[in-house]
Design a protein around this ligand. Structure first.
Ligand SMILES: C[S@@+](CC[C@H](N)C(=O)[O-])C[C@H]1O[C@@H](n2cnc3c(N)ncnc32)[C@H](O)[C@@H]1O
Length: 254
């Protein structure tokens, strides 16, 4: 799927990920997660798994509010940024390199979270099923799984087909997207130019592919993985999603 100048997603761009995400209000995201957790009786001191934790911004914020965190990600490069971030704030987090489709924890967690459309990177139903089964096994009885997804509407309309150019401080980027209705996958061809420290720029390129799922499909797979009490919200609210909702939040109980 990748040509010679493309690399594994979230390897090259790890050092600039936080710059590209600067407009995301992770404080609001962490507050929303904490509010959902608290509605389920999961409060600070509880043990949380942040699956696909990336550079650990939400992980660190939740740890700062008193939760005990395990942060797991496939990308060593993203984890290196996460470790440095938590280390500079003197926050202890148990970082693990691992695959959300197949992982095991030594001790169960009270809740698993998976944020910022990381689940959409699982582009085949069996991968989603493997992830849900691994999460189910990692939760204590009655524990909560909470994750957001880009909807089909977001991938087909917001990513859609087109090119956007951005400048974030000294980082310049080109985002070329292409949506395939036949398998509901959106491909983002991302080219980033970052300062090389010698007055020039270094070019980085990655291809990211996300798949859109119907809520019903996801709920069926969660039930097959033995989750119950499944709720789907318009992200950031406790309301039902609408036809043009771009991001949904799903909660499911073990
Ligand atoms: C959009 S980023 C989200 C990162 C973080 N959750 C956030 O909110 O900023 C997607 C993350 O998913 C991770 N990822 C993708 N596939 C994965 C897999 N199979 N197992 C674990 N992590 C994965 C990537 O390495 C990346 O860090």
């Amino acid at each position: 799927m990748t040509s010679s100048d493309e690399v594994r997603p979230y390897s090259n761009i790890a050092p600039v990920y936080d710059i590209l995400m600067e407009e995301v209000d992770y404080g609001a995201w962490a507050d929303y997660v904490a509010e959902i957790l608290s509605k389920h009786g999961i409060v600070p001191r509880a043990r949380l798994l942040d699956l696909a934790c990336g550079t650990g911004t939400a992980t660190t914020l939740l740890a700062e509010t008193g939760f005990s965190l395990v942060g797991l990600d496939l990308s060593d490069e993203m984890l290196a940024v996460a470790r440095a971030k938590a280390g500079s704030r003197k926050i202890a987090i148990d970082w693990r390199q691992g695959d959300m489709r197949r992982f095991e924890l030594d001790e169960p967690v009270d809740a698993a979270i998976c944020l910022f459309d990381s689940v959409n990177y699982l582009t085949e139903e069996p991968e989603l099923m493997d992830c849900f089964n691994s999460v189910r096994k990692s939760l204590r009885p009655g524990g909560l799984f909470l994750f957001d997804m880009n909807t089909i509407h977001a991938l087909s309309q917001n990513w859609g087909n087109g090119t956007k150019v951005r400048q974030d401080g000294e980082v310049h980027s080109i985002w070329r997207s292409c949506y395939q209705p036949c398998d509901r996958t959106a491909r983002m061809d991302l080219t980033v130019f970052r300062p090389d420290g010698n007055g020039g720029y270094r070019k980085l390129r990655e291809v990211h592919v996300e798949r859109g799922y119907e809520s019903g499909e996801v709920e069926d797979l969660l039930r097959q993985a033995d989750f119950g009490e499944i709720e789907t919200y318009k992200h950031g609210t406790f309301s039902r999603p609408e036809a043009d909702t771009a991001r949904i939040m799903i909660t499911a109980k073990a």
